[in-house]
Design a protein around this ligand. Structure first.
Ligand code: SIN
Ligand code: CO
Length: 375
């Protein structure tokens, strides 16, 4: 993607300008970000997804002053009639289940893949919404069907109402108000308070971003570093020829503490260990994702990544679905291209080494990628 090219999606800003002026800084309202936009998933298909075990969904209803929350799977017959006001169904990760939705999300890949999370679709009956709240991540709210009134504000007081099943601001102070129609889009930075109320039945798409917190990321990376440490050959064994007899056997020897500290430092200091663990963690498929293995293919002509596949790279590695490969030279360039473009064309594959072709074939057999074949 040419990040200097102005985009209708960003109201005529280039991705570079958008990131400089708005990302994490201030909201952006774009009228007709996608002119003539038609939902990629209809209402019936969305409800069908909400009924599936492997799909994350929620039902929220505002009824007689109370907020109700139910987690999916949601059977269609358990939902109120379409004429009942003030309810909504939210389906997370629709990009994992639908190719057209996945393709729509690709328009937002001027933000690193490592930060993109998922595309959530909500259906709301008249007056429906999730109440005034704030999110800790950036979001693009794309109106897909019907109208929604958004009220937004910077909101200093982030106190929440107590005793509710959802996070609702105790005293929402909106500063701006917009009614979005199909194809309109609103970008909100993290922690901007917002409340979207459906005016008649409506559907809204939320393109959300991952914002790992430090402790969570440390947990994921350290788990992988721990696995790598266990695999180390000829790991030194603790020795204490100088240990003296102790009167207090419960006390942990200081030398053992030092040995443990050195062990952890050693694991962290392994060349590329942290980079490798981070790439593997970032590309690990979500727990509800699985791939359908395919028959071994013949000569590959072109390759396209499956919509569920997560592929990234750094200077030394290529990462795909939680696995890492050291890569350099022309093969690394080829794999980076696959990660960036999510496909390789015949011209790309003509230059691929036998090792690269073999790897690509194995990914096709795992269902991580799909092959176009020749012969
Ligand atoms: C919705 O689509 O109802 C909720 C989106 C949001 O407020 O983040
Ligand atoms: Co929100």
């Amino acid at each position: 993607m040419d990040v200097q090219q102005p985009l209708a999606l960003l109201g005529g800003l280039s991705p570079a300008q958008f990131m400089r002026r708005h990302w994490h800084k201030k909201p952006l309202l774009v009228r007709q970000a996608i002119p003539g936009f038609k939902p990629t998933v209809g209402r019936a298909a969305l409800f069908e997804l909400a009924g599936r075990e492997e799909v994350e969904s929620r039902f929220i209803q505002h009824k007689e002053g109370q907020w109700l929350l139910r987690h999916g799977p949601l059977a269609r017959r358990s939902l109120p009639s379409l004429t009942t006001p003030e309810w909504t169904v939210l389906v997370q990760g629709v990009d994992l289940h639908d190719d057209a939705t996945h393709a729509l999300m690709q328009q937002f890949r001027f933000v690193p893949e490592a930060r993109l999370d998922d595309l959530m679709i909500s259906f709301a009956s008249d007056g429906g919404g999730v109440g005034p709240h704030f999110d800790s991540y950036d979001v693009f709210l794309l109106q897909a069907h019907g109208k929604r009134r958004w009220r937004i504000g910077r909101q200093k007081n982030l106190a929440l109402r107590e005793g509710l099943p959802l996070k609702i601001l105790a005293s929402f102070e909106p500063e701006e108000e917009y009614v979005l129609e199909p194809g309109d889009m609103l970008y909100l930075p993290p922690r901007w308070a917002h409340d979207g109320i459906a005016e008649g039945a409506c559907m809204t798409y939320s393109i959300g971003f991952r914002s790992p917190n430090r402790a969570g990321l440390a947990h994921e990376v350290l788990l992988r570093l721990a696995d790598a440490a266990v695999d180390e050959e000829a790991s030194p064994i603790y020795r204490d020829p100088g240990q003296q007899a102790v009167a207090g056997p419960g006390a942990i020897p200081a030398e053992l503490q030092d040995f443990a500290r050195q062990a952890v430092q050693h694991a962290l200091q392994q060349p590329l260990a942290l980079e490798c663990a981070l790439g593997e963690a970032l590309t690990e498929p979500k727990p509800n994702v699985w791939f359908e293995p395919a028959e071994a293919a013949g000569m590959l002509e072109s390759v396209v990544l499956d919509r569920r596949t997560c592929m990234m790279y750094d200077d030394q590695h290529v990462f795909i679905n939680g696995e890492s490969y050291l890569a350099s030279g022309p093969d690394a360039a080829l794999m980076r291209r696959l990660a960036d473009e999510r496909r390789l064309m015949p011209g790309d594959l003509a230059k691929a080494s036998d090792d690269a072709l073999e790897l690509l074939s194995s990914w096709c057999e795992s269902g991580w990628a799909h092959a176009g074949l020749s012969g």
